[in-house]
Ligand binder design. Structure first.
Ligand code: NAG
Ligand code: NAG
Ligand code: NAG
Length: 494
């Protein structure tokens, strides 16, 4: 138990530790020290460095508030929107590698934009509580930068999209709330907004839906360790996405710690912590890089309901798209959206709700829920899917569950359902029949599966499948039964 406590402690103490990084000393374009053309209204020495991302070897070019010529020099195009990337807490004082990946993804897929990295490393490379205090200062500086753009080049704040990771999400929130005037900035995206010292705080003390015309957030590491979590659990946006429930992410499992330790030494623990936290970033990058693989998320109360497949309804705009191409809709109340993902890019999976009506004929006997299913689609097949039933099968009941597939198998045309149970009961029944001869010739009790209903989340298609042979609908252990699309008249009768 002691080692577990130590592990938790280490996990906590190296929250958000950065991993491999690009060299941070990208050459900065030095701002001209010459004449100050605009009025000295704006504070001169901002701590935050605004680096316009460029496709050059330097990687970025520094824009100085009050030095209009630096905008031209760096190639800022005032007729295009601005996306600003805001990093989080920094342990080593270097810009993390995801920042450059994000900037490149934004630029390559949507070249029609200016991408600026808000580098607040000097304020973020502090003890966590100090860095938290500095989020306000940095937010204030970003607000000033946007106001300056507005005044100097008539750049509308509604064309500004702030993308903030971890503490950077709250920095973005403060930027949005500190900007003067009644108009708001266009959009803020919070990528796993930091939890410690923000969870449960009032909306003015953290990222909230009021901070921009539209706010979205992706929560990926809200798992609790000793009462604290790295990412904030509560909704903070108009749309809050909880991939895989938001607590933890596939491919980041604690068992991987050992692999990471082998690979990176003790920093491997940090790699694991970082994995789920930073997943929010890579989900967003994925949405830019794979336009044909956009992930749909579904409005749901909680992950347990979602895991039963009960939330795949997209009617009345219940669904939305995770990432850059989200449908921007201002709702009066935060909406929690759920989805499953793969462990790596592209993260998209295909969600299905299955409803199976099972009648257990074996009176008083609860059946272990060991079933598998194989699906035949118009494009591909999916074999031997484990059916995630938690409760034993009794009586006469409909079971609903969620199945996700990594690939698009097309329309489902056939289902094979197998009861993986061992035929022990069969043997008992045979013995029973030998002892009590008059039961000979009677049918062995088993399970009756009359129909399987399927709802595909991504296409919103619904299907009902019936047993291929209607005379023999009984299922016995280790048997497999084939289900095909129901004939219309039969579907009506069930
Ligand atoms: C700025 O962007 C607009 C719109 O894409 C384009 O027409 C214009 O040529 C760009 N200006 C410069 C200086 O690149
Ligand atoms: C907003 O207005 C006040 C008062 O004029 C000024 O002190 C401040 O710098 C302005 N900008 C921001 C981002 O607060
Ligand atoms: C199963 O339940 C349904 C409705 O609750 C009922 O109509 C049907 O007769 C039952 N079937 C059996 C075999 O008990």
């Amino acid at each position: 138990m002691k080692s577990l406590q130590l592990l938790s402690f280490l996990l906590l103490s190296c929250i958000i530790v950065s991993g491999n990084t690009y060299e941070g000393n990208k050459k900065e374009a030095l701002g001209s020290q010459s004449e100050h053309t605009t009025a000295k209204k704006y504070q001169q020495n901002l701590e935050t460095k605004f680096r316009l991302y460029t496709d050059t070897a330097e990687g970025s070019c520094r824009v100085f508030v009050n030095q209009l010529e630096t905008l031209d020099k760096c190639g800022f195009n005032a007729s295009l929107p601005l996306v600003m990337i805001v990093h989080g807490w920094s342990v080593d004082g270097i810009l993390e590698s995801w920042i450059w990946k994000m900037a490149a993804a934004l630029k390559s897929q949507h070249n029609q934009m200016n991408v600026i990295i808000a580098d607040w490393l000097t304020l973020a490379h502090q003890h966590y509580p100090i860095a938290v205090q500095n989020t306000r200062t940095t937010g204030q500086e970003i607000a000033q930068f946007v106001e300056w753009l507005e005044e100097s080049v008539q750049f509308s704040r509604s064309n500004v999209h702030l993308i903030g990771y971890s503490l950077g999400a709250h920095v973005s929130g403060f930027a949005g709330s500190f900007i003067n005037g009644t108009k708001k900035i266009g959009r803020i995206t919070g990528l796993d907004p930091a939890g410690p010292l923000f969870e449960g705080m009032s909306p003015t003390d953290r990222l909230s839906p009021d901070d921009a015309n539209f706010v979205d957030a992706i929560h990926t590491f809200t798992k609790q360790h000793m009462g604290l979590s790295v990412g904030i659990k509560q909704p903070v946006a108009h749309f809050d996405f909880y991939p895989n429930g938001g607590t933890f992410q596939p491919g980041c499992h604690i068992l991987y710690v050992y692999n990471h330790i082998a690979q990176y030494g003790i920093n491997g623990i940090a790699q694991t912590v970082k994995c789920a936290h930073e997943r929010s970033v890579h989900l967003f990058i994925d949405s830019l890089l794979h336009k044909d693989k956009q992930s749909t998320a579904y409005w749901c109360n909680d992950i347990n309901t979602f895991n039963k497949g009960l939330c795949l309804n997209c009617r009345k705009n219940r669904c939305n798209t995770l990432g850059y191409t989200i449908r921007e809709e201002r709702l009066p109340k935060s909406r929690r959206l759920f989805l499953k993902t793969r462990a790596r890019m592209p993260f998209k999976v295909y969600h299905y709700q299955f409803k199976i009506h099972i009648i257990n004929e074996i009176e008083g006997k609860q059946i272990e829920p060991a079933f598998t299913m194989s699906l035949s689609g118009t494009k591909e097949d999916a074999k031997k899917l484990h059916i995630p039933l938690v409760e034993g099968v009794t009586g006469n009941k409909t079971y609903s569950f969620l199945i996700t597939l990594d690939t698009d198998i097309g329309d489902i045309i056939m289902i094979k359902l197998k009861w993986e149970g061992t035929p022990v009961w069969e043997n008992i029944w045979d013995t029973f029949q030998t002892i009590i001869p008059w039961t000979k010739g009677t049918r062995r009790p088993g399970l009756i599966v009359k129909a399987i209903r399927v709802k595909a989340g991504e296409t919103q298609h619904k299907y009902t499948f019936c047993p291929q042979s209607i005379d023999n609908i009984h299922l016995h252990p280790s048997q497999e039964k084939t289900f095909v699309k129901c004939e219309d008249h039969f579907e009506r009768s069930i």
